[in-house]
Design a protein around this ligand. Structure first.
Ligand SMILES: *[C@@H]1O[C@H](CO)[C@@H](O)[C@H](O)[C@H]1NC(C)=O
Ligand SMILES: *[C@@H]1O[C@H](CO)[C@@H](O)[C@H](O)[C@H]1NC(C)=O
Ligand SMILES: *[C@@H]1O[C@H](CO)[C@@H](O)[C@H](O)[C@H]1NC(C)=O
Length: 474
């Protein structure tokens, strides 16, 4: 078949075409489905994290899983790309282009031609870690061990792992502990717990589901952005490039984007034909659309999000306070939670991290807020994203820079977080308690089951307006 396209390509060689699969500097930030190395180009060299005069005594980690197969409900959607591929090839063969200057180029097309759905990605393995996801998880565990060798030792009794009871999380645990303990990991009795309440709080919070999670108001800013002229023009341009005489549906764009970013996470080197459907500007818009959705569902867009995420912060602070309160070493010294992007975003929101001065909206993509936003899920929650807190115990006069005996180091994706009042990520424990005290003190999930908080307000409001309109009518 390829010779046919080759012939056609020669025949129309004079026309300008758009080649998007081979770019020197491709755009690889794909919101919540970004590979860790794309989000963290310069991960610091893995060596022991030394703080003069101080010893790390406790380690708390929240870690997202690595790249995974499509979820069960995505598989049949993504398989439809086979039909789309056939249509695009037919368009090309029939020279079905409104504007040949904007046509997909023949080399992009031949990469697409060789694309096929991998039949091993079926319901049995839906959502499970990929080979790459497994390996990056092992490597991350080794990297943590190299950074904190005195804490992340081979003694399994120092640890407590928490994760939910599913295949992906169990394999994440397996990969991570293999990274820490090597081949003998499987034979060790490593302390572990399933803790769905801590790690999937959104599944146990009806008030949150009602007001945020299942409330399509949460999508309204994303919808506003996607109804903009430039977004529609983007869809027209993509449709034009692929040889359609009409604008393809938003859902199909989303499907191609999904396949593109899964491909780039499963194999960071290989070119994905589906990424070649998009220009750099297209990819930035698609990224912004997802950032908006996550901002309202799991970030600062709703005040309930920090109320839900606070339990993680509380868990960490309780852990540190227990270690700081005792002269004897406490067990576990290392607490590791495996979870997903949504939880990490809730926890970062409760911590007050990545907060922009103005809210993200569907209208401010081109403003400074939109363009240099701190809320960027590509860098906050790539695959394997992580947030760690390390408690240090320091000897008096051992380090002239530290004032207090206990110090906390915060790391986000292995890099020290810059926090006000701290030095290269190292904060006095009292300062951390001050900053996070309010959140942890008022943290309880009673609101989750309290009888329809918002609804009672709504009812009062409705009652008042009803009363007023009755009055006005008289
Ligand atoms: C998925 O594929 C594997 C082998 O590749 C097979 O053993 C399994 O039965 C398949 N599952 C389904 C649901 O088709
Ligand atoms: C919100 O969801 C309801 C129920 O699913 C649906 O009827 C309604 O059209 C949705 N509204 C918007 C703006 O999408
Ligand atoms: C659509 O394509 C035209 C022509 O290449 C270009 O000038 C315009 O900026 C594109 N629009 C969008 C929204 O990408």
């Amino acid at each position: 078949m390829s010779w046919l396209y080759l012939l056609l390509a020669v025949a129309v060689a004079k026309a300008q075409e758009t080649c998007l699969s081979v770019q020197d500097d491709p755009y690889l930030l794909f919101a919540t489905k970004t590979a860790y190395i794309f989000a963290n180009k310069d991960i610091p060299f893995t060596k022991a994290h030394e703080v003069p005069g101080c010893q790390p005594i406790a380690f708390w980690l929240l870690n997202r899983h690595g790249s995974h197969n499509p979820e069960a409900d995505e598989i049949s959607e993504l398989q439809k790309l086979g039909d789309l591929k056939a249509n695009i090839l037919t368009n090309y063969k029939n020279n079905n282009f409104r504007n040949t200057n904007q046509r997909i180029c023949s080399s992009d097309l031949s990469i697409l031609e060789s694309w096929m759905w991998n039949n091993r990605v079926n319901q049995t393995f839906a959502g499970d870690l990929t080979v790459d996801g497994y390996m990056t998880t092992q490597q991350l565990a080794q990297s943590w061990k190299q950074k904190f060798p005195g804490l992340l030792t081979s003694n399994q009794h120092n640890y407590l792992f928490k994760f939910v009871n599913d295949q992906r999380s169990s394999n994440t645990f397996k990969a991570f502990t293999e990274g820490l303990f090597g081949d003998q990991a499987e034979g060790l009795d490593i302390p572990k717990e399933h803790d769905e309440k801590l790690l999937e709080p959104y599944k146990y919070c009806p008030a949150w589901s009602k007001e945020v999670g299942d409330n399509n108001e949460s999508l309204s800013q994303r919808n506003i952005f996607e109804s903009k002229m430039e977004y529609k023009e983007m869809i027209s341009n993509i449709s034009l490039r692929l040889g359609f005489n009409y604008d393809i549906q938003k859902e199909i764009i989303q499907r191609m984007y999904q396949m593109c970013r899964y491909n780039k996470a499963w194999d960071v080197v290989k070119i994905s034909p589906w990424c070649a459907a998009f220009t750099r500007e297209d990819l930035k818009r698609l990224e912004y659309a997802e950032d908006l959705e996550m901002y309202y569902k799991y970030g600062y867009g709703s005040s309930l999000n920090k109320d839900l995420g606070c339990t993680l912060v509380k868990d960490m602070m309780t852990f540190f306070e227990k270690h700081a309160a005792s002269d004897e070493p406490q067990q576990p010294r290392v607490k590791i939670q495996f979870s997903e992007a949504n939880l990490l975003l809730l926890a970062l929101t409760a911590l007050g991290a990545h907060r922009d001065a103005a809210p993200l909206t569907g209208d401010n993509y081109h403003t400074a807020t939109g363009q240099s936003r701190k809320w960027a899920t590509s860098t906050m929650t790539p695959f394997n994203a992580n947030f760690a807190g390390v408690l240090y115990k320091c000897t008096q006069n051992g380090n002239f820079q530290v004032n207090e005996q206990y110090q906390v180091l915060f790391l986000e994706n292995e890099r020290p977080m810059r926090l006000e009042g701290c030095r290269v990520g190292l904060c006095d424990l009292s300062l951390v308690k001050n900053k996070l005290g309010e959140i942890t003190k008022n943290c309880d999930l009673n609101f989750c089951n309290s009888a329809n908080r918002l609804n009672s307000y709504t009812l009062i409001f409705v009652a008042i307006s009803f009363f007023l309109s009755a009055v006005i009518r008289i």
